[in-house]
Design a binder for this molecule. Structure first.
Ligand SMILES: *Cc1c(COP(=O)(O)O)cnc(C)c1O
Length: 397
């Protein structure tokens, strides 16, 4: 039995034994509120009555701070083992706030295989703000080290990567970056695994960045992002930018996100179990050329994933052999053909023309994002139904 309760599953790092209690109780004490509501209140008010000019009770104006948002931010910090959490209107709004800390002339070293929108934002910043990004394959540590320059201010890791699920060694990359210059900010996009399966701050990263839109919310009905970190100096700069740029989420969305986080530790193991079973099924299918899942011994960074993570989520990618990717996707009945990932419902997509269409054609080719390359986000439906859906769609593609 592995750490996630899968009979013949790979042995990852132990799970955080107090995760469930933190997910359910952080940031909130019912008796601190009038009437002691057990469920945290949704405070929609944009403004707060003051006792005297500039004498307020902790909140003045909802862009600068809101009670519902604060409970969510504290919970996010706790789940990552961090001191501070801040939320934003989307994952890309969180990334925009990170990039906004940089100055004209600064340099970013980014993993080459990153979320399409992240690459697009970095390239856009090059045009409008003279911030130069370099995209390198950080699974090659020598290539990464070579890319660092005295102008490098930000190192951007995404692991596992989107969509080819490469694993980057957070501890080694952080060590190399900080040895080169201790002021370099090492940020990790932890969207694919969540704080339940990976804790980048414990491996030396300076900040964790999320699209909460995916697994953390898990119900495909809220768009939101977050940054979690320990360093007070960075927290002050980002809190200033969070208020100045103003890309904050609504209190209602914060309420929904908090409600979703309460069950993150219940959802993730089922995503993992369904996806691992499907990965093994696909590996044996004659119409599948190759399956990418970090828990499979065939994955190039399998050993690293066992040392760095406590499991894997519901994401799998694979190459179809002798068949049409587009036809396969249209054949699916339980899986929906749609972008995004991390919800309770299963989704499948073609990164080539959908999520990664904005990646330059030569880079797409180099990364292996072809027209036969499929990414699936395995949801929480019954395992047998998911497998028979994939099986029927493959047989007829
Ligand atoms: C979706 C996603 C983002 C962007 O988040 P939004 O909430 O859509 O703005 C960033 N990184 C990864 C890995 C993602 O999957």
């Amino acid at each position: 039995m592995n750490n996630n309760g899968i009979a013949d599953g790979p042995q990852f790092l132990p799970l955080d034994p107090t995760f469930g209690t933190k997910a359910i109780h952080s940031g909130y004490v019912p008796k601190d509120w009038n009437f002691a509501p057990v469920v945290p209140p949704l405070v929609l008010s944009t403004t707060f009555e003051q006792d005297g000019p500039a004498q307020h009770r902790g909140f003045e104006y909802t862009r600068s701070g809101n009670p519902t948002r604060q409970i969510l931010e504290e919970t996010l910090a706790k789940l990552d083992g961090g001191k501070y959490g801040m939320v934003f209107a989307s994952g890309l709004a969180a990334t925009t706030n990170v990039v906004a800390m940089l100055n004209s002339g600064d340099h970013i070293v980014s993993m080459d295989d990153v979320y399409g929108g992240t690459g697009r934002l970095f390239r856009q910043m090059h045009k409008t703000a003279n911030i130069q990004p370099d995209f390198v394959d950080m699974t090659d540590l020598a290539a990464f080290e070579k890319a660092l320059s005295p102008k490098t201010k930000l190192v951007w890791i995404e692991t596992p990567t989107n969509p080819t699920l490469k694993i980057v060694d957070i501890a080694k990359v952080s060590e190399i970056a900080h040895k080169f210059n201790k002021d370099i900010i090492v940020a990790v996009d932890n969207t694919f695994l969540t704080s339940f399966y990976q804790k980048p701050l414990t491996f030396g990263a300076d900040m964790v960045v999320y699209s909460l839109t995916k697994y953390m919310n898990g119900h495909s009905d809220v768009l939101m992002g977050a940054i979690v970190l320990n360093r007070e100096d960075l927290k002050d700069r980002i809190a200033f930018l969070q208020n100045s740029l103003g890309a904050v989420p609504s209190p209602f969305d914060c309420y929904l996100l908090l409600r979703s986080l309460r069950t993150l530790h219940v959802r993730m193991p089922l995503h993992m179990k369904n996806a691992y079973t499907i990965a093994k099924f696909l590996s044996k299918h004659p119409k599948v050329e190759k399956v990418l899942h970090p828990g499979l011994p065939s994955h190039p960074q399998h050993e690293l994933s066992l040392k760095q993570t406590s499991g894997h989520s519901g994401l799998i990618a694979f190459y179809i052999k002798d068949g049409s990717g587009a036809k396969f996707l249209q054949n699916l009945k339980v899986f929906s053909l749609a972008e995004s990932l991390g919800g309770y419902e299963s989704l499948a997509e073609l990164p080539y023309s959908m999520t990664h269409a904005s990646v330059p054609a030569d880079l797409r080719k180099q990364l292996g994002i072809t027209e036969g390359f499929i990414r699936i986000s395995v949801g929480l439906e019954s395992e047998a139904d998911l497998i028979s859906d994939l099986s029927d769609a493959l047989d007829n593609c």
